[in-house]
Write a protein that binds this ligand. Structure first.
Ligand code: HEM
Ligand SMILES: [Cu+2]
Length: 596
């Protein structure tokens, strides 16, 4: 079907051996160009930032439940943040802004794309490494200065960025403080890091597939990461440019986003006819596709996990690929649904409403296909499978609230309320984060050669599943009750006071959710040493990564595999086993998954 650069592979192969002998500790484990090492580096780093982002959220929740009460250990914080342990409003703003920024830019995106993408893509397609190993290393090492600079905001005069992860001007331009510059520089750097990754994935997937690995024999995780990388390549530069323009407005006196004659308090600003609304357009032109950057890889991972543990082919493989593409394509024409309230012409608003509603279509196709995959399967309730099932059900809740908000008439009432916070957490925490856990439990044996403990995994799953609904579901109610989305002290408003018990309930659930991650951390770290030795293919799965050792040898495969089947040939009539590895030649080749 396609020309595989066999020569290229052999060269990579030889090079690898030469390296093996020469590489010191630093080149092998720190500045490595091996995609597997970089994938694991991204995994450890992003899990570390997951803890930081989680702490920030806990502090936000403390304030919302018990406004003005001193935080436990709060006295350890500097006076500029929380005198006497009571957080200041400015610090509260920094907390929710940095919580969102850390989770989006330093956890979910780099975990799904950087960690899974790196580790899985070359193994899944039967390549020895990524197309540009050195660029890959740069992509990881750009991540660190970005993260450090973002968090350094907490240490500078004026504190960390407090203008929301959306960084709307004029606020983000006229507010003084180095923290905002730190945030802007960090987002610039992380944008370059993402771009380097995207170029690499696209090239690798197009050029380096093993013989027989046609596009329609690729696992859906690879498809999802391929489409995600296209989104990244097309959308991220827009954010990077917009953020750069805010930085210029702040530092060298340009006026991209500052209108003429802007007066804030006593100060008249130097604006020369810039347009704050332009930023919103640029921001959402990136950030709507970005929400798909945060969910599509999860959809891919979940498809793989569901098929493996249902022992059935994925239902409607091609429909899955087409709907992934449709979601991505539509993602570029719906950004205005974040701006219904910005004074746009209602006809334009209606256009955005219609295009947004269309997204329900491919989303529903995917959901029904996942259910079709489960139907009649021999389901194995592993921890990975539980998280994948949770993804499917919770994504439906998040998708449905999306449809509410997509209706511009409804959105007038719920825009900028806790309803939005409920929506984004159903898709991002109950969605993407569940897919991440599914992926970690599923690929851990391949990454580290040992399996994670199932009992601890189940404890982690149930505590997480129950408490996350305790945290995020009542937020819909708060939103309908009119609680604003970014608010320091809800008890100051008469119309919110009767909702306060809900806020307390949410905060307690959030603490449980935080504690629920401890069994995961123990399991993750403990299994490195004490986990059961996994063997090559502990889940009896079909895809190529399971046909090599766990963890794989530096060049991934002894010889480059030859692919004979689609990735989901479970319970295939062509074999007596209930799975048929992609490499196994039974005399009959099959294209993509056969129907049942
Ligand atoms: C059926 C699919 C979806 C629809 C129809 C939808 C619709 C919407 C709409 C209309 C808004 C703006 C509401 C407002 O601000 O008034 C919104 C906000 C948001 N959505 Fe979705 N959405 C969908 C899926 C997703 C997914 C899959 C994700 C992420 C994984 C996501 C993440 C977000 C985020 C982060 C925001 C809030 C952004 C902000 O203002 O900070 N959405 N969504
Ligand atoms: Cu959107």
């Amino acid at each position: 079907m396609h020309a595989t650069p066999v020569v290229g592979h052999d060269m990579a192969h030889d090079e690898q051996h030469v390296h093996e002998q020469e590489l010191g500790f630093l080149r092998k484990y720190v500045f490595s160009t091996d995609h597997k090492v970089i994938g694991r580096q991204f995994l450890f780093t992003t899990l570390f930032f997951f803890i930081i982002g989680g702490w920030l959220a806990m502090m936000v929740r403390w304030q919302l439940a018990w406004p003005g009460a001193p935080m436990p250990l709060g006295k350890l914080l500097p006076k500029a943040m929380a005198p006497g342990g009571i957080m200041l409003p400015e610090f509260y703003n920094s907390l929710f802004t940095m919580h969102a920024s850390v989770m989006i830019f330093f956890v979910i995106i780099p975990l799904l794309v950087g960690a899974f993408g790196n580790f899985i893509v070359p193994l899944h397609i039967g390549a020895r490494d990524m197309a540009f190993p050195r660029l890959n290393m740069y992509s990881y090492w750009l991540f660190w200065p970005a993260a450090v600079i973002a968090l350094a905001g907490f240490a500078v005069e004026g504190g960390a960025m407090g203008g929301g992860w959306t960084a709307y001007p004029p606020l983000s331009v006229v507010t003084e403080g180095l923290g905002i510059n730190c945030w802007l520089i960090a987002v610039l750097l992380v944008g370059f890091s993402s771009l380097a990754g995207a170029v690499n994935y696209i090239t690798t997937i197009v050029n380096m597939r093993a013989p027989g690995m046609s596009f329609f024999r690729m696992p859906l995780t690879v498809w999802a990461l391929f489409i995600t990388s296209l989104l990244t390549a097309l959308a991220t530069p827009v954010l990077t440019a917009a953020v750069g323009m805010v930085l210029l407005d702040r530092t060298v006196g340009t006026s991209f986003f500052l209108p003429q004659g802007l007066v804030v308090g006593e100060t008249m600003f130097h604006g020369q006819g810039g347009n704050p609304l332009l930023f919103q357009h640029l921001f959402w032109f990136y950030s709507h596709p970005a929400v798909y950057i945060m969910i599509l890889p999860g959809m891919g991972v979940v498809s793989d996990v569901l098929s493996t543990f249902s022992r059935k082919p994925i239902f409607g493989y091609r429909a899955m690929v087409y709907s992934l593409s449709a979601i991505a394509g539509l993602g570029f024409v719906v950004w205005g649904h974040h701006m219904f309230q910005s004074g746009m012409n209602p006809i334009l608003g209606t256009t955005f409403m219609v295009s947004t509603t269309f997204i329900a279509l491919p989303s529903a196709i995917k959901t029904f296909n996942w259910l079709g995959t489960l139907w009649g399967g021999t389901i194995r309730f592993t921890t990975a499978m539980c998280f994948a099932l949770s993804f499917v059900s919770m994504f439906v809740i998040g998708g449905l609230s999306g449809i509410f908000m997509a209706s511009s008439a409804v959105d007038i009432y719920i825009h900028d309320t806790y309803f939005i916070v409920a929506h984004i957490h159903y898709v991002l925490f109950a969605g993407s984060a569940m897919a991440i856990f599914a992926g970690i439990y599923y690929w851990y044996p391949k990454m580290f050669g040992r399996t994670m403990n199932e009992l601890w995994g189940k404890i982690h799953f149930w505590l997480t599943f129950v408490s996350l609904n305790g945290v995020f579901f009542p937020m819909h109610v708060l939103g309908m009750g009119g609680m604003m989305r970014r608010i320091y002290d809800p008890t100051q408003y008469a119309h919110l006071q009767h909702l306060q018990p809900i806020n307390v309930f949410i905060t307690i659930s959030a603490f449980v959710l935080g504690v629920a991650q401890i069994p995961f951390m123990i399991n993750f770290l403990g299994s490195l040493r004490w986990g059961k030795v996994a063997g090559d293919n502990p889940w009896q799965a079909n895809t190529l990564e399971w046909q090599t050792t766990s963890p794989p040898i530096p060049e991934n495969f002894e010889t480059i595999p030859v692919v004979h089947h689609g990735p989901y040939e479970y319970s295939s009539p062509l074999t007596d086993e209930d799975y048929l590895p992609q490499t196994q030649d039974v005399g009959v080749a099959s294209e993509s998954a056969h129907g049942h």
